[in-house]
Design a protein around this ligand. Structure first.
Ligand code: SF4
Length: 241
């Protein structure tokens, strides 16, 4: 299947009636070996890992190991591999780029300015993601509309303009947080223990903190920045368009 032959507008409408599993199955049937799931060890990724393992364990699962992940993420990474008998492929930042960045701007540069925070995300996440997606025609992500002001416009299928125009599937786009947790509990899926300590959204350790009651789900990510700045560049969301 060539991406240019897909009628994305028609699929957007069709996918609204389809379950998350059906969307993933469509991705496998359409792209066969050239589809991957991105896993950053948040609750949504636990749901998708369970679905992928059931639908077709040959779908590659990868993670971006930024070198600054919390220990709880490494723990659940091991648990997933053990439970599902899968291998989660890790993509690391280029050592020379990290060394140069830290030498010039320090180990905690992300707190100094939005530009330096974006530089760190570029080196530790965006460049490794480009390698992870090389040769892939479709990637699966755990984005949900209700996660953030920047994500209300996402669709279950999108053309990913920042990654060579490949297909991005967001099978959980319409799911609520309750649906995610009901699924995790019902299927006894391991999950990141930071969620038990009021971290609804999990990223790198120095850039993630727990939220207070009533705060936005992503309030604990880059909490020193304004909400509309809070994307790391992996996804084009509403305010970036
Ligand atoms: Fe760097 Fe923080 Fe971005 Fe992780 S989330 S890559 S530590 S700026």
């Amino acid at each position: 299947m060539k991406i240019k032959d897909l009628d994305v507008k028609r699929l957007e409408i069709k996918f609204e009636e389809m379950s998350a599993e059906e969307v993933i199955q469509w991705g496998w049937d359409t792209f066969k070996g050239r589809i991957s799931l991105a896993n950053s060890f948040g609750a949504e990724d636990m749901v998708l890992t369970n679905m992928v393992a059931k639908i077709n364990p040959r779908i590659k699962i990868f993670t971006l190991d930024t070198g600054r992940l919390p220990q709880e993420s490494y723990k659940v990474w091991e648990q997933l591999e053990e439970k599902y008998k899968i291998h989660i492929e890790a993509y690391f930042p280029e050592a020379k780029s990290v060394e140069g960045m830290v030498k010039k701007d320090g180990p905690n540069l992300f707190y100094k300015s939005v530009n330096l925070r974006r530089l760190c995300c570029k080196v530790r996440k965006i460049e490794p993601l480009q390698r992870a997606l090389s040769g892939i025609l479709c990637w699966i992500c755990g984005l949900r509309k209700e996660q953030a002001a920047t994500r209300t416009g996402i669709k279950k299928i999108e053309i990913d303009k920042i990654h060579n125009g490949i297909v991005k599937l967001n099978p959980l786009a319409n799911w609520t947080e309750k649906q995610v947790w009901d699924y995790i509990k019902k299927n006894k899926i391991p999950y990141n223990k930071l969620h038990d300590r009021n971290y609804p959204s999990i990223g790198c350790a120095p850039c993630t903190r727990p939220i207070k009651p009533g705060e936005d789900i992503r309030a604990g990510r880059w909490w020193w920045e304004r909400p509309e700045q809070k994307e790391c560049g992996l996804h084009i969301c509403k305010t970036d368009r």
